[in-house]
Design a protein around this ligand. Structure first.
Ligand code: NAD
Ligand code: MG
Length: 337
């Protein structure tokens, strides 16, 4: 069994004795900074002058300074700017302001594992990676629970890197959900694989194909939306609570028979072979190089895909239906600077 760490395994004082800079105030940044502050940690947020996020961070009661000042002041620096800009931020802002014995923290192993950043040997390099979106990391902390979190030490210059990382995980609520110790290599590769084949890529593609199949056959788009997107959450919630067995127990026998006989026709041995190919592209670094080149080139594929999905009927239908659902506050990217 993998070693798991919970509340009692962490020393909360290790991180409260340090000065923490959180660089970036996006999905993860806002959650880490606010959770640490509420846990009594001395934290500042590093943001560029004129960043649209300065206002949100100071309105939330956080101290905001420019990134270089934040790094120079802090002795723990959590890098929560997008992966693709981390190498530049590291070269221009972090490296010139690092002192021996500082700790450089990441929430994903991408930059270190693929060699885009190589910190000097006298710095602790640690990953504390919540296994969930930042908005949930904040919400669950406030509610008293916590998102399960991965901990990894890439470089232990001080001899204290691991307990310091665990203390940080405690500060953001991760030890409530459970902390698994892993490596930068395993975290990076499994994280990219998960988001590509199932959590994001696989599920998005399945939802779109199923919606198109129903509407092309003449069924109402509203019905198709409820069937293939809205209800997906209800089913996934059951799997989250009690695994596949509990979900199958909860659905009708008819649904269960359809599940076991038709599911393997949707995800076939060919699909699994493609998954293995995708994992190979991740392990070889091919995906990382492709993504960094795409970003350097102005991210044309990403931008085109964002425009295309906004106009897809599953999205236009969904926006209208969600506006009528009094039990949820509809979310749009434009509301979330
Ligand atoms: P994000 O895009 O939501 O936020 C990035 C933040 O960085 C924003 O505040 C932005 O204003 C700021 N920023 C952008 N460019 C900058 C620059 N050049 N200099 C300074 N600040 C800049 O990012 P995110 O999704 O929170 O990802 C941050 C890290 O967390 C990544 O390593 C990511 O892999 C990891 N992570 C994210 C999630 C998630 O839920 N999104 C989950 C686990 C791990
Ligand atoms: Mg992930």
């Amino acid at each position: 069994m993998t070693t798991m760490y919970y509340e009692a395994d962490a020393d909360p004082a290790l991180i409260t004795r340090r000065k923490v800079a959180v660089l970036g105030f996006g999905s993860q940044g806002h959650a880490h900074a606010l959770n640490l502050k509420d846990s009594g940690v001395d934290v500042v947020v590093g943001l560029r002058d004129g960043s649209p996020r300065v206002r949100a961070a100071s309105d939330a009661g956080l101290k905001v300074v420019d990134p270089a000042t934040a790094v120079a002041w802090a002795d723990v620096i959590m890098v929560l700017v997008p992966d693709q800009v981390q190498p530049q931020v590291y070269e221009e802002i972090i490296r010139p302001n690092l002192s021996p014995g500082d700790a450089l923290f990441f929430a994903h192993g991408f930059s270190i594992h693929f060699g885009f950043i190589t910190p000097p040997p006298d710095i602790d390099v640690v990953m504390v990676a919540p296994k969930g979106p930042g908005h949930l990391v904040r919400r669950q902390y406030v509610e008293g629970s916590g998102v399960p979190t991965l901990l990894a030490v890439h470089q232990d210059a001080t001899g204290d890197a691991q307990p310091l990382g665990l203390s940080y995980a405690h500060g953001i609520g991760g030890t409530r959900g459970g902390v698994i110790e892993t490596t930068f290599d395993a975290e990076t590769e499994t994280d990219l694989f998960g988001e590509q084949v199932i959590l994001c890529g696989g599920t998005d593609a399945l939802v779109q194909a199923a919606f198109e199949t129903l509407t092309e056959a003449g069924y109402a788009p509203e019905m198709a939306y409820f069937e293939v997107l809205h209800e997906l959450k209800l089913i996934v919630d059951l799997m989250w609570e009690g695994g596949i067995e509990w979900m199958r127990h909860s659905i009708s026998d008819t649904a269960e028979y359809g599940d076991v006989t038709r599911g393997p026709r949707i995800v076939t041995s060919e699909t699994k072979a493609e998954m293995k190919k995708i994992l190979g592209e991740i392990q070889s670094g091919e995906f990382a190089r492709e993504w960094m080149a795409e970003y350097a080139n102005g991210a044309p594929r990403l931008k085109a895909a964002r425009e295309a999905i906004a106009e897809h009927p599953v999205e236009t239908t969904g926006r209208e239906l969600r506006d009528m659902m009094t039990f949820l506050v509809p979310k749009r990217p434009s509301d979330d600077v």
